[in-house]
Design a protein around this ligand. Structure first.
Ligand SMILES: [Zn+2]
Ligand SMILES: [Zn+2]
Length: 209
């Protein structure tokens, strides 16, 4: 069993566990300075959302999602950073309703599509699920931690923090050797080979351009 994995705050560079990071991020001075520089722009609302592997809790992300992003935008992001191997189906489960990448009929009940804006289905405090691949499923648990209004960014989703790469030990001839594996809860499942878009270690934010 791995210990609770730490990750780096993208703004100040300090390391915390997932729960420590959730507390830290709203009081991080470096981040608050950064947000102040943004505040003169046109305004937008953002949700702070924590994402964890439902069973592999050492994999976690802390995100800021613009409230006019759609569930489809969030699904695409999760695929790009953690999940995509061979184009499997995926779904969100929010308040007992499925939002599918390709909606299908289930027990006579139509499931919904992912074209809903997050502010129409999420509130602060809500916990919901995401599943990728209905065969060898990777299950994620997402929690909406907060909401704020601030300067509008071009990107709908920003990563605030993520866990550091987890060193897997592989038993070879009775000796435990570290092996490289993708920083993802889908590591080792199906044909998953890691993200093509996001590095396994988060880059620290520099000054605003
Ligand atoms: Zn910080
Ligand atoms: Zn696959």
């Amino acid at each position: 069993m791995a210990t609770r994995s730490k990750g780096m705050c993208r703004f100040c560079g300090k390391e915390y566990t997932a729960s420590g990071m959730m507390k830290h991020i709203s009081s991080c001075k470096h981040r608050n300075n950064w947000l102040e520089q943004e505040s003169s722009k046109k305004q937008a609302g953002y949700f702070t959302i924590a994402v964890k592997g439902t069973y592999l809790k050492d994999y976690w992300l802390l995100l800021e999602v613009r409230e006019d992003a759609t569930l489809s935008d969030v699904d695409t992001f999760l695929r790009e950073i953690w999940l995509e191997c061979c184009g499997h189906l995926s779904t969100f489960l929010i308040d007992g309703v499925h939002y599918d990448v390709e909606p299908m009929e289930s027990w006579g009940r139509l499931r919904k599509a992912m074209n809903y804006k997050v502010n129409s289905v999420l509130d602060v405090g809500k916990r919901f699920a995401h599943e990728y691949d209905f065969g060898s499923t990777t299950e994620l648990t997402l929690t909406v931690l907060g909401h704020r209004i601030g300067g509008r960014r071009k990107d709908k989703i920003m990563i605030l923090a993520r866990n550091n790469p987890i060193r897997m030990l592989c038993d070879e001839y009775g000796e435990e050797l570290p092996v490289d594996s993708p920083n993802s809860p889908r590591s080792g499942v199906c044909g998953y080979e890691g993200s093509e878009k996001y590095p396994d270690v988060l880059e620290r934010m520099t000054e605003h351009k």
